[in-house]
Design a protein around this ligand. Structure first.
Ligand code: FAD
Length: 145
């Protein structure tokens, strides 16, 4: 059974390019092996991540991510059973929210600044779907050994 999970969190420290790169590398490697796809957004000191895949695998990964000391205030925004994936093309796609245009932000948020806590689950998911459709999500290649 396929599920989709969406959560928000705050970086413990402003996330450097190296930190984002480290998370991306781990995610791409692990998620591909687990059959998990999704998107990770970062902006304004906050993360928004969508995970899709088998219920048990998504659940296990979510618990591992919640325990990660590199972020805090992890809040589950949305969880549902799905018939098909929205982010099937990405083991873990990436978006830097600083690069998303203001009109797109305002369509889904009370303010132009990225803040998934305030936007909530449904609007955040709709925004990710728009970013996916507009090719704003960078899908990095899976690493091969
Ligand atoms: P190990 O690599 O054995 O690490 C042990 C512990 O140290 C874990 O608690 C880990 O969280 C923590 N840790 C690892 N690296 C560092 C570091 N550089 N500094 C401080 N603590 C560290 N992983 C995925 O597989 N898929 C994802 O989609 C994914 N998304 C993430 C999104 C965010 C916002 C964050 C912060 C992390 C994400 N991770 C993701 C990483 C995840 O939290 C685990 O670190 C990773 O899955 C490896 O887990 P492990 O149990 O094998 O830990």
């Amino acid at each position: 059974m396929l599920v989709r999970l969406l959560y928000a969190s705050r970086a413990r420290q402003p996330a450097s390019a190296d930190l984002l790169e480290a998370i991306a590398a781990t995610s791409i490697e692990n998620n591909a092996a687990l059959g998990i796809t999704g998107v990770l957004c970062y902006g304004n000191g906050m993360f928004l991540q969508a995970l899709e895949g088998d219920r048990a695998e998504v659940s296990r990964l979510y618990h591992r991510i919640v325990a990660d000391p590199r972020h805090e205030d992890v809040v589950l925004l949305h969880f549902e059973e799905i018939l098909q994936r929205d982010f099937a093309a990405c083991a873990m796609g990436h978006v830097h929210m600083g690069r998303v245009n203001t009109a797109t932000m305002l369509r889904y948020s009370p303010h132009a600044q990225f803040d998934p806590y305030r936007s909530g689950g449904r609007a955040s998911l709709a925004m990710l779907e728009e970013l996916m459709a507009g090719a704003s999500i960078v899908a990095r290649a899976e690493r091969r050994s």
